[in-house]
Design a protein around this ligand. Structure first.
Ligand code: SF4
Length: 620
């Protein structure tokens, strides 16, 4: 049924290596994930590799699966997952870990790596969540992709093709030292108090830590920015003409969420260094896709849709954003963006968004307190936020969504009270603008509990105690609800704590995930596994503690993160990442990609490879 309305999928016409690409959520949600599209396109671009998709059945289907015991099947050829050579999960959110375990159970594949034998598929996990902290899913996995798929896909396939046994494949991947973490090659040693003491490689030639692999969408982004600024047109032109892989929608899937639009990743990473933001630090350095590649993709798809979603953590950071917006508008595209960074909103972007009327404007003040915003290094004041919202309202878009966090480090009730003041001011500004249009809009604050994330400067902080977080969320939502034209939404303290457990836990949390997936009940899983979640989530960690996710070398130096953490405590802000060559500020550029990445890994040209080899894709 789903295939009947899709276009662009690949029906395998040949043998070769078979990959089941699994998304641990439903088809509708999975098809809105650009990472899934990218991996599907990449795998299918490699000679003698065929990749099919697998999704978590929706609720009603799941009941049927469980009743009948029928095995989980791939979408394209309805093949049993067990029959594939590789089962590759793409995991963006820790909350999908349970779904991942559930899918293995439904596929009749042993959940624990040690229970699988040579005849079982190789199980690999990739995606943002898995390399942020791989430990909670380590025992489920043969190998974890540490970094970005654009370069790892090719190395993975090479290792599989060149080695006969599963063990040899894993050894050859682990020995690369960057990009592939094989948990079974490391023994975790714990201290008496339950904290991690160290990871000890149990095979020869295995590195002590696994480096993060960084794909270079455009390795010269910093140079490009400077060249444009200085008017060095020849250099800028050269850089802009470099061939680049442009991650974008691969399959047209109108029934799925956002399935009616072309999604294009225009940049990766963000320069601002907001201290709570895992995406910012874990995708350093910021990189961009040149406008020409984005526009080429847009032209290619225009006959199919007039909607385009620009995917980026910092849309306006793109040095060619004006050209992109102008050209897309000229093609009569309705433009939406994945996120709007307040400090970077430009008139032309607002005009484009208003013109397309395709999305509700959502901005992220994070808090109502200027002091707390310095703690998290979000360098904006309440006055600036009100002005920016005003610019939105003056264009007739009278409803805005405000992303706010509760439970930030050093937060007091006085800080929370400042949210009421800020939202009241924004509401008044909306009413003032509304007079011109003869109508009023809505302010929609969306409250989330702050969850400390690995590899960020706030990684050492405890999440706010669950009862206290609940109190604060209630306090804020009650206060905001009293303001007319305000509609509050909030995430429960419970969910924030669950997220914290999966994102900051150690290898022992795998047992909790398995039990929770079987019972559909986290509390029961915690009891059954005798796990105290507070140990993993609700204690401040010392700088001396060996953090469970330290097995991954993200490239960020300990000194940098520590200094940023200390500055947070003193409410001191820092400058953004300059994204220039030879910078050593955070440690990522010298250690991760510019220094020793082999040239072949820098530019990714999978489509070219396919064309050069004359391999036809049999599209549906
Ligand atoms: S080393 Fe400098 S340019 Fe590179 S990511 Fe870190 S702060 Fe940015």
């Amino acid at each position: 049924m789903k295939l009947a309305v899709e276009e662009g999928y690949v029906i395998p016409q040949r043998g070769g290596l078979r990959i089941a690409l699994c998304y641990p959520n439903t088809h509708s949600i999975g098809m809105a994930n650009l990472g899934l599209h990218t991996m599907y396109e990449l795998f299918n671009s490699i000679p003698d590799v065929v990749c099919e998709r697998v999704f978590l059945p929706d609720k009603a289907e799941l009941v049927e699966y469980e009743k009948s015991g029928a095995p989980l099947m791939s979408l394209e050829t309805q093949s049993r997952i067990k029959s594939f050579d590789v089962v590759a999960f793409s995991i963006s959110f820790e909350t999908d870990y349970l779904n991942m375990a559930k899918m293995l159970q439904l596929a009749d594949i042993p959940v624990w790596a040690e229970e699988r034998h040579e005849g079982h598929p190789l199980v690999i996990m990739g995606g943002a969540a898995s390399f942020l902290n791989p430990e909670p899913i380590a025992d489920f996995t043969d190998v974890i992709a540490v970094g970005e798929g654009e370069i790892l896909a090719f190395q993975l396939i090479d290792a599989i093709v060149e080695n006969a046994s599963k063990r040899d494949i894993l050894l050859s991947l682990a020995k690369i030292g960057r990009g592939f973490y094989v948990p079974s090659f490391y023994d975790v040693i714990y201290n008496e108090d339950g904290t991690v003491f160290d990871y000890i490689p149990n095979e020869k030639g295995i590195p002590k830590r696994v480096g993060r692999a960084v794909a270079s969408v455009n390795p010269k982004e910093g140079t490009l920015r400077r060249a444009l600024k200085r008017g060095e047109t020849e250099l800028a032109e050269f850089l802009l003409n470099q061939d680049t892989f442009c991650p974008s929608t691969a399959i047209w899937s109108p029934g799925a969420e956002m399935g009616d639009r072309l999604l294009v990743e225009i940049s990766r990473g963000c320069s601002q260094g907001c201290r709570f933001c895992w995406a910012g630090y874990n995708y350093y350095p910021p990189r961009v896709v040149p406008a020409k590649d984005i526009l080429e993709k847009a032209r290619e798809w225009r006959h199919k849709t007039n909607k385009i979603g620009l995917v980026s953590t910092a849309v306006c950071d793109h040095p060619e954003i004006s050209t992109i917006l102008r050209e897309l508008r000229a093609m009569d595209y309705r433009i939406s963006v994945s996120s709007l960074r307040l400090d970077q909103i430009s008139d032309e972007l607002l005009d484009a968004l208003v013109e397309s009327r395709d999305q509700q404007i959502a901005v992220a003040p994070e808090t109502g307190s200027d002091r707390l915003r310095r703690v998290i290094n979000k360098n904006l004041t309440n006055d600036e936020i009100v002005d920016i919202c005003g610019a939105v309202f003056d264009r007739g878009m009278l409803t805005v969504k405000l992303y706010m966090m509760v439970g930030l480090p050093t937060e007091t009730d006085e800080d929370l009270d400042e949210m009421f003041v800020l939202v009241e001011r924004i509401k008044n500004r909306m009413l003032e603008a509304g007079k011109k249009f003869g109508r009023a809009g809505k302010i929609i604050p969306s409250l989330n509990g702050f969850v400390p994330k690995p590899n960020t400067p706030l990684q050492w902080d405890a999440i706010c105690d669950e009862r206290e977080l609940k109190r604060r969320i209630k306090y804020v939502s009650k206060g905001l609800s009293k303001i007319p034209n305000v509609e509050v939404r909030f995430m429960s303290a419970r969910i924030a704590h669950e997220q914290a457990l999966y994102s900051s836990g150690d290898r022992n949390i795998g047992k909790v995930i398995d039990a929770a997936a079987r019972h559909g009940d986290l509390n029961r899983a915690l009891r059954e596994t005798n796990t105290d979640p507070a140990f993993h989530t609700s204690r401040d960690r010392s700088y001396d503690e060996f953090l469970p996710w330290s097995i991954v070398d993200s490239g960020l130096s300990f000194e940098f993160l520590k200094t940023e953490h200390e500055k947070a405590r003193e409410s001191l802000s820092s400058l953004p990442c300059p994204a220039v060559e030879k910078c050593t500020t955070c440690g990522v550029c010298p250690s991760t990609w510019l220094a020793d990445a082999p040239e072949g890994l820098i530019q990714i040209q999978p489509l070219k490879i396919k064309q050069l080899l004359g391999i036809p894709a049999s599209a549906g």
